[in-house]
Design a protein around this ligand. Structure first.
Ligand SMILES: NC(=O)c1ccc[n+]([C@@H]2O[C@H](COP(=O)([O-])OP(=O)(O)OC[C@H]3O[C@@H](n4cnc5c(N)ncnc54)[C@H](OP(=O)(O)O)[C@@H]3O)[C@@H](O)[C@H]2O)c1
Length: 293
């Protein structure tokens, strides 16, 4: 589906950090209809049906999510309703209307015991927390829409809310404050600007429907991310970045130690995401521009 000004895109969960980048990228490219939580609660099947009937979208993009990983252990019902059942409501509405569903999932559906290298879409799943289990339920229910993209993303940064781990590290480094960063937790960070570009490319190129890993290219650790960010911000990482060992037992909810996603499958369809270091550089430049403005 080539994205054009006549393409109608309903964006739900439009207050999300990722949604901000999508709104910026999609607004000039298509007819975007954003709905925040007060405008559309996705846990209501009826509200979802009414919104899809009213908007008549070609594409529904779901950014609504209960992302409080530790909070989900205390409130599993809300996590399962928002991250799981609500995706079923959206998928059913898309099935009936013929719209494409774009749904975002997470690297937390994996939790391998030993380092498996880069994880592919069909590698064994082991969601180790309520949050991860609720997101996996969402992946399954998204398939009720015959035309769906489930895009697994990881460690988002650069969103308008500025509340991600990486945004917080950037703020601390900006202020010259030392930051602790896990030395042994493997990740594939995802710059929201690059995810927005990847979504447009996925639709434009009519990538076959299905499940894809959609993250910046390459794998890293939080120490290496913080080090690259410090350099990009003109700070001395040796002074400010404090490597810390990661132990899954240190949080109420389990987090994977090794969760580096391979984006080779989506790249094979021409959706090539920039490397994570390049993304960090652009993120640092964008922060500097925003500070100057
Ligand atoms: N952040 C990450 O590092 C990360 C990592 C892996 C995967 N992901 C996935 O990427 C996607 C986007 O994440 P994000 O970090 O951009 O999200 P976010 O900033 O945490 O925002 C989530 C949004 O969902 C909204 N929401 C919650 N319950 C809702 C409901 N019942 N109905 C409608 N909207 C509801 C929230 O509304 P309010 O604004 O009212 O709170 C909020 O705007 C999610 O699917 C997430 O699981 C994120």
């Amino acid at each position: 589906m080539a994205v054009s000004s006549s393409t109608r895109v309903l964006l739900v969960g439009a207050g999300a950090q990722l949604a901000g980048a999508l709104i910026e990228r999609l607004t000039p490219a298509c007819t975007l209809i954003p709905r925040t939580r007060p405008q559309l609660d996705v846990t209501s099947a009826r509200a979802v049906d009414e919104a899809v009937a009213e908007v008549a979208p070609d594409v529904v993009v779901n950014c609504a999510s209960f992302n409080d990983v530790d909070g989900a252990e205390r409130d599993p019902v809300t996590a399962l309703r928002v991250n799981g059942l609500a995706v079923g409501h959206l998928a059913d509405a898309c099935r009936r209307s013929g719209a494409v569903l774009v749904h975002y999932s997470t690297d937390f559906v994996f939790d391998p015991v030993v380092d498996p290298g880069m994880l592919r879409e069909d590698d064994p799943l082991s969601p180790g927390s309520i949050y991860a289990q609720s997101k996996l339920l969402g992946e399954v229910l998204a398939r009720r829409a015959p035309r769906h993209y489930v895009l697994r993303v990881a460690s988002l940064f650069g969103g308008r809310r500025g509340h991600s781990s990486l945004d917080r590290i950037a703020s601390a480094l900006d202020g010259g404050a030392p930051v602790k960063a896990f030395a042994n937790r493997t990740v594939t960070p995802s710059y929201v600007v690059d995810l927005a570009e990847a979504l447009v490319a996925t639709l434009d190129r009519a990538v076959p429907y299905g499940l894809y890993h959609c993250v910046n290219t390459g794998r890293t650790t939080w120490v290496d991310v913080a080090t690259a960010l410090a350099r990009a911000l003109g700070r001395n990482p040796a002074e400010l970045v404090v490597p810390t060992p990661f132990d899954p037992a240190m949080f109420p909810a389990r987090r994977p130690t090794y969760a580096a996603l391979s984006n080779a499958a989506i790249a094979a369809h021409g959706v090539v995401l920039p490397g994570w270091e390049d993304a960090i550089m652009r993120f640092a430049r964008a922060r500097a521009r925003a500070d100057d403005a």
